[in-house]
Design a protein around this ligand. Structure first.
Ligand code: CP
Length: 314
């Protein structure tokens, strides 16, 4: 069976923990995996802009001994109406795996359905699993070196968006308690929450940021206006109304003081200081955002090796 990486919920807790363990080993001993994917070619296809995903995947592919092909849909016949199915079949004859950042989650599902090689989700309107695997790796480094997350309370403040959805799936897989404090109108997808709860996830929804953040071990937020919305795409929203709703959910220094004294602050970036978080929090002593960004590289190397069945970090 082809190992795609579309969503965290697609894999078992043991498989996901092994990926995190492999990522930690790859970070500690990068030379040990420098030929893991030797001779392979990996396509990195972008329908949306990216800094971290593009660079970390391109560097990661190189560090594993493979060759990256960075592509954008507008430079391909895909952008002129060639079907996703035909594109998947053609690319499967040339490359060993595809990472795609897509406007719509269905595009990734369709690509994976027709590809005979692994497809990795590099962000859709529904989820961002590679980001949250890097985030869980960061939590492991800071709070759970034995990969036992059961004692941790992670709190998400802001929009119940695609990244939040992957955090919800991660809560079920890794066993931490997750509270999402969002405006009522911006709650995460109820079906994703229900599925994660059915899988054993301890997930709470709140509209009270102060209550939610109290004694939190990890505080997470994200940009208030997603790329699809800011670019006038499928997720187009009334930005002013959206921002007004989210104002009480900004991670301020005052809110952060309610979290545990040793709490860490996380953000997948790009960050807009003064919107979703105060600059003092983003750049403060509790912030781990640069480690979090670096860990995209290591986590994605482990994911690629898993998908290509080369997942012993050595
Ligand atoms: N966090 C994240 O996915 O960053 P990019 O949009 O820059 O890839």
């Amino acid at each position: 069976m082809i190992r795609h990486f579309i969503d965290i919920a697609d894999y078992s807790s043991d498989q996901l923990r092994q990926m995190i363990q492999d990522a930690l080993v790859m970070k500690a001993r990068p030379a040990s995996v420098s030929a893991k994917l030797s001779g392979m070619n990996i396509a990195l296809l972008f329908e949306k802009p990216s800094t971290r995903t593009r660079i970390s995947f391109e560097v990661g592919v190189n560090q594993l001994g493979a060759t990256p092909l960075v592509l954008d849909n507008k430079g391909m016949q895909l952008g002129r109406g060639e079907t996703v199915a035909d594109t998947a079949k053609v690319m499967s004859r040339y490359v060993d795996a595809i990472m795609i950042r897509a406007e719509n989650h269905d595009t990734v599902l369709e690509l994976s359905h027709h590809a005979s090689i692994p497809v990795i989700n590099g962000l859709t309107n529904q989820s961002h699993p590679c980001q949250v695997m890097a985030d869980v790796m960061t939590v492991a480094e800071k709070k759970a070196p034995d990969l036992n997350f059961a004692h941790l309370h992670i709190v998400w403040l802001g929009d119940g968006n695609n990244v939040a959805h992957s955090w919800i799936e991660a809560a079920a897989a890794f066993g931490f308690t997750l509270t999402l404090a969002t405006p009522d109108a911006l709650r995460p997808d109820a079906s994703i929450v229900a599925k994660a709860k059915a899988a054993g996830g301890v997930i709470h929804l709140s509209n009270d940021p102060a209550l939610a953040i109290t004694d939190a071990d990890v505080v997470v937020t994200d940009t208030w206006i997603s790329m699809g919305a800011s670019m006038g795409g499928a997720e187009h929203i009334d930005a002013a109304a959206h921002k007004n709703m989210l104002e009480p959910f900004r991670v301020t220094t005052q809110l952060m003081e309610l979290a545990a004294p040793d709490a860490i602050f996380m953000h997948c970036l790009p960050v807009y200081r003064g919107n979703e978080a105060d600059a003092e929090v983003v750049d403060g002593a509790q912030s781990v955002i640069w480690d979090e960004a670096e860990n995209r590289l290591h986590a994605q190397k482990a994911i690629m090796c898993f998908c290509l069945d080369k997942n012993n970090a050595g």
